[in-house]
Design a protein around this ligand. Structure first.
Ligand code: ADP
Ligand code: MG
Length: 279
């Protein structure tokens, strides 16, 4: 039986474990392998297997698209990676040394995994700039951090991020007044302020206009390389654009990998057509 955890319910990993030391010290180590390694992960909810022996590997700097029908287990997979849900069995490592099944949600976030949920959650009553500033200083209390002066490199970092998310001209606007797509970008910008190594994005273009969707694909392609990016998405045009001719696409179905390969392979896979694309 699986348990969904909160930050309060898991306080810390066993004191003095090697994994804990690595998290707080060197950070994620990808020198000899992938950035994310899931092996044989099973998650059951009252006997129903949301994930069923899921195995998935993401390389450092990779941009991976994950597709699959509703209920395939895509969000549950992200819940396991971020520590929101504990697997019943299986292995989940971030880099070589960080055992994700032993850390609490907040600790996992601090190791360099940033997650974006489907619904944008920005501070509507603050400006775009302030939202990025707050995201940069999440360790301090909100009001204290707003008053503290930014240094030059912090300001440069915010400006660089504003350019990346196409919100330079909106930096003084209240976030609440942005379009839905712009709020999504702002939230991605807020994640980037924390300098994550791995970004998990759950249906990031849902509700965006075609133009916003195209700009978002460009943004994610820019982020790949320096970051590893995992995008869960239904919009097949968007996935084709993101994956291009050579990017790997993973198809989830009933909690396991149904197919994996470049887009043209996946799209012509008979099982994929049968359970997903052909419907
Ligand atoms: P996807 O994101 O691919 O649409 P999910 O990971 O959200 O799929 O869900 C996979 C399956 O697990 C679904 O059948 C869903 O109803 C079930 N599920 C997800 N979370 C829970 C939960 N907390 N309790 C019970 N069932 C859940
Ligand atoms: Mg989902």
């Amino acid at each position: 039986m699986n348990t969904t955890t909160s930050d309060e319910s898991i306080n810390s990993p066993p004191a003095g474990t090697a994994g804990y030391g690595h998290v707080m010290g060197a950070g994620v180590d990808t020198t000899h392998g992938p950035i994310l390694y899931l092996d044989d992960i099973t998650v059951s909810f009252d006997g129903f297997r949301a994930l069923n022996k899921l195995t998935l590997t993401i390389e450092a700097g990779e941009l991976r698209c994950i597709i699959g029908p509703n209920g395939a287990g895509k969000t549950t997979m992200m819940d396991v990676i971020t520590g929101k849900t504990r697997p019943d069995s299986g292995t989940a490592f971030f880099g070589q040394t960080i055992d994700l099944t032993r850390l609490a949600e907040a600790q996992i976030a601090s190791t360099g995994i940033g997650r974006k949920f489907q619904k944008p959650t920005v501070f509507e009553n603050h400006t775009v700039f302030e939202n990025l500033e707050l995201a940069m200083k999440t360790n301090k209390r909100v009001w204290a951090s707003l008053k503290a002066k930014l240094n030059g490199s912090q300001r440069a970092k915010i400006e660089e991020t504003l350019a990346l998310i196409h919100l330079e001209t909106e930096h003084h606007r209240l976030a609440g007044l942005l379009s839905h797509g712009q709020k999504q970008w702002l939230e991605i910008g807020m994640l980037l302020m924390q300098e994550p190594k791995l970004l998990l994005l759950d249906e990031p273009v849902a509700g965006m206009t075609d133009d916003e969707t195209a700009r978002t694909a460009q943004l994610f392609k820019t982020l790949a390389g320096e970051h590893s990016v995992v995008v869960v998405e239904h919009d097949m045009d968007f996935v084709s654009e993101l994956a291009g001719a050579e990017g790997k696409v993973t198809v989830l179905h009933e909690g396991s990998v149904l197919a994996e390969g470049i887009m043209s392979e996946v799209q012509s896979n008979e099982r994929v057509i049968e359970v997903y694309l052909g419907r």
